[in-house]
Design a binder for this molecule. Structure first.
Ligand code: ADP
Ligand code: MG
Length: 474
């Protein structure tokens, strides 16, 4: 089987990555891409003279060995230095390893048009970003400083030295929020760039669908049009070899074309299981940034920012603020759940939040991660409670669910109540249908599917569902 040029160059980079310091790899070798290779000489695209000088100086030996081990010989290397793609400043240079003058007809990204590529402005990609998770409402603390600064650098210059980015940390620490914020910021600063956010799960579902329809080429081609690809929760690719394979090729293509890749994960790349080694090695090329649990001061800042953004005038005294920040110390999602609960209490009970009240409410709060809380609540939540809470959220009367109305809020509340009942209880579909609007099991299934589809394609809706979820389990 013939190995593609992309694969050969990837192997060459892998070879180097194992032998040089990660920072040198990321700032030098990971910034190169092959523009031309005719079997004898190779033109590499680099973004600065500095990169070429370093590679030809300090790293000449290791690079030559890498080339030889992969290609069987050391091709003549020349560089096409594109200093700043936005400004269009570029220069061809010849340096280093068996240097020969760069071929006269080397074309640059600006002159050449790939006949197979659709003109950029005809491609409109729905970014799938949520407008709620912005850089402005992300609170900076020691727990996320590296990730935050890298995020700003990426927003400023996607495809720069922090490409790819691999953000990891436990659930509920703000990974999705931050990567979504990068996407929004890129859209603001570089409106010409196409950004795509999606979960690894959705990527997998799309892949399976494309395979069933025999549309894999279209699938891959679509992803190759993206300038900034954000793949959330890559740990979900574990064990899915076909999807991993396809992502590997998309990754290589995007990376070599200088496109930005951002991934999140709940584990350090070294601890990932069920993911192919070659993909893990790509993850390790990345700027690997960890998100930690926020310290008490950051938790206070987050609480204040959230209360402000809820805009519901929850008035927290300093003592209450200190109390919440000290007691809810696990993750930010749990912190939000607690705030929702306190807010609901103060609105529905029409009572101010005293230290004693908050203490008693917090005393009942399970001190565990929200994913665990979901499982636990599945044992205790009833369909009736879910129905009641969803209706309270939409501010509609529970009896409205029985009506044959097409009023949007009622239809949505009914679908969401069914969705949560299926997700959080063990009741059968017909029991759920009977308790919510007196519907049959097929209607419940259809409702759940509708909610899932909307969540997969609509960030705002997904946030709303998460908000309702927090409210139900609070
Ligand atoms: P993860 O993806 O790591 O599981 P999320 O990004 O979904 O976590 O964050 C969970 C919730 O916590 C979100 O509502 C998010 O807005 C909030 N959050 C987490 N960290 C921060 C932060 N530093 N500033 C503001 N909100 C945060
Ligand atoms: Mg997430």
């Amino acid at each position: 089987m013939q190995i593609s040029k992309t694969e050969l160059w990837s192997r060459c980079l892998d070879y180097v990555a194992e032998r040089v310091e990660p920072m040198a790899f990321r700032t030098l070798f990971a910034q190169l891409s092959v523009e031309e290779f005719d079997g004898k000489s190779m033109v590499l695209r680099a973004s600065s003279d500095y990169i070429c000088e370093q590679i030809d100086g300090k790293y000449a030996q290791v690079f030559a060995t890498a080339l030889k081990s992969v290609y069987g010989f050391v091709p003549a290397i020349s560089y096409n230095v594109v200093i700043d793609a936005d400004a269009g400043l570029e220069r061809q240079g010849t340096v280093g390893l068996n240097a020969v003058p760069a071929p006269k007809n080397v074309k640059t990204a600006f002159e050449i048009r790939n006949p197979f590529e659709q003109p950029k402005n005809s491609v409109s990609i729905n970014s799938n970003l949520s407008s709620d998770y912005t850089m402005d409402n992300f609170v900076l603390g020691d727990c996320n400083r590296l990730a935050y600064n890298a995020a700003l650098a990426i927003a400023n210059k996607p495809g720069g030295i922090f490409n790819p980015m691999f953000l990891w940390g436990a659930s509920g620490l703000g990974k999705t929020h931050l990567v979504n914020a990068i996407g929004l910021e890129v859209q603001k600063r570089h409106p010409e760039k196409s950004v795509l956010y999606l979960s690894a799960n959705l990527f997998m579902r799309q892949f399976i669908e494309a395979k069933m329809r025999d549309e894999i080429n279209d699938f891959i081609h679509f992803y190759q049009l993206v300038d900034v690809l954000i793949l959330d929760d890559v740990q979900d690719l574990a064990g899915k070899t076909g999807t991993q394979n396809t992502f590997f090729h998309i990754f290589n293509h995007l990376h070599q074309s200088g496109k930005q890749i951002i991934m999140t994960c709940d584990k350090d790349p070294n601890e990932l299981e069920g993911i192919e080694e070659r993909l893990i090695s790509r993850f390790k090329w990345s700027l690997v940034a960890k998100m930690d649990v926020p310290d008490v001061q950051t938790r206070k800042d987050i609480i204040l920012r959230k209360v402000q953004s809820y805009g519901m005038g929850l008035d927290l005294s300093q003592e209450v603020l200190d109390l919440i920040a000290e007691r809810v110390d696990n993750n930010v999602r749990e912190l939000e759940g607690t705030l929702t609960k306190l807010m609901a209490y103060s609105i529905y009970m029409k009572q101010d939040l005293s230290v004693a009240t908050v203490k008693s409410i917090l005393g009942e709060a399970p001190r565990r991660e929200s994913s665990v809380a979901t499982t636990t609540s599945s044992n205790t939540l009833s369909v009736a409670t879910i129905r009641k809470k969803v209706c309270a959220f939409f501010n509609i009367d529970e009896s409205a669910l029985q009506n044959k109305t097409r009023v949007h809020a009622v239809v949505e509340a009914r679908q969401l109540a069914m969705y949560f009942a299926k997700r959080l209880t063990k009741d059968s579909l017909s029991m759920i249908g009977g308790a919510i609007g007196n519907k049959d099991h097929a209607t419940v299934l259809y409702s759940c599917k509708t909610v899932e589809n909307r969540m997969a394609t609509n960030g705002e809706f997904r946030n709303k569902v998460e908000q309702i979820h927090r409210y139900i389990i609070s």
